[in-house]
Write a protein that binds this ligand. Structure first.
Ligand SMILES: [Zn+2]
Length: 280
């Protein structure tokens, strides 16, 4: 199975993969998607993944030649998480979940344990996901991350979580309103100092926009952004409002497979591509 192949490689690469995996800046292509309406994601492409293969064995080099798709689900867990998991299981596809711990999804928080047990990657997003709070200052941001880690700690080994995704993306400008123009730059630097890896996305499903696209539209959005890319980091959402994402998911998976992509988690992808800090 494709998935096993990557899992096997991942184990072989072991520490190399996880800890060499570094600063990953993906293009935020959220042009007209106004996720959460007040969000203002940027659309500056950044082909950070055109990278040299560092010291890699033959198997790793071969993996670099593969087309890779990383399905990433933000803002969960939610009432849709179990459906998402069951589809991923059916297709034997790994994914990455950038989770939150808001009031609205707190009843579903224990599901992070199931997500992890099924071989998916748990990564940090935000506890409150409230821009006016988390981006008020760098201190406020890290307090929110601390709260998220605490909320997750009964269910998963939070010490092993190394990846995060900034709400709105690393180049969002909404944060400037609350924390000043330099806040994202500061947060990125601090994240790296704290040993976190962070990642945006370069394919956007636009599944959480105010227009509430149907499953067919979501698939088309993905196909549009994925065109010509060997590496797709796909932004999807796992919330109460994104039932159409669940509906689209089998078609999304089948389309990527028909285009010759292999699915991996974000950390597996970073390992396979030999990403390192400073390769931006
Ligand atoms: Zn989010």
């Amino acid at each position: 199975m494709r998935r096993d192949r990557f899992h096997g490689q991942h184990q072989e690469w072991g520490g190399i993969g996880l800890f060499l995996a570094g600063l990953c800046v993906l293009a935020a292509l959220l042009a007209h998607a106004l996720y959460h309406v007040q969000w203002d994601d940027t659309d500056i492409p950044n082909d950070w993944f055109a990278l040299p293969a560092a010291a890699m064995d033959e198997e790793a080099k071969e993996a670099m030649m593969l087309k890779i798709a990383c399905l990433t689900f933000d803002d969960g867990p939610s009432g849709h998480t179990e459906e998402i998991l069951s589809i991923l299981q059916e297709y034997d596809v790994p994914a990455t979940f950038f989770v939150t711990a808001q009031g609205v999804n707190e009843p579903y928080l224990p599901l992070v344990k199931t997500i992890a047990e099924q071989g998916h990657q748990i990564a940090l997003h935000s506890a409150s996901h409230e821009y006016n709070q988390i981006y008020q200052s760098t201190e406020a941001f890290w307090l929110d991350i601390k709260a998220l880690r605490q909320a997750l700690s009964p269910y998963v080994d939070v010490e092993s979580i190394r990846w995060l995704r900034f709400p709105g993306g690393s180049t969002n400008t909404v944060s400037h309103r609350y924390g000043g123009k330099g806040i994202m730059k500061q947060l990125i630097q601090q994240a790296e100092e704290k040993g976190y890896e962070w990642i945006d996305w370069n394919v956007c499903a636009e599944d959480a926009t105010a227009s509430h696209p149907n499953a067919g539209r979501i698939l088309k959005n993905i196909q549009r952004d994925a065109k010509g890319r060997d590496l797709c980091v796909v932004l999807l959402h796992d919330t109460k409002a994104t039932g159409q994402t669940v509906k689209a998911l089998p078609d999304i998976i089948e389309w990527f497979q028909s285009e010759g992509y292999h699915f991996t988690t974000v950390e597996e992808m970073a390992a396979a591509r030999g990403l390192q800090n400073g390769t931006k």
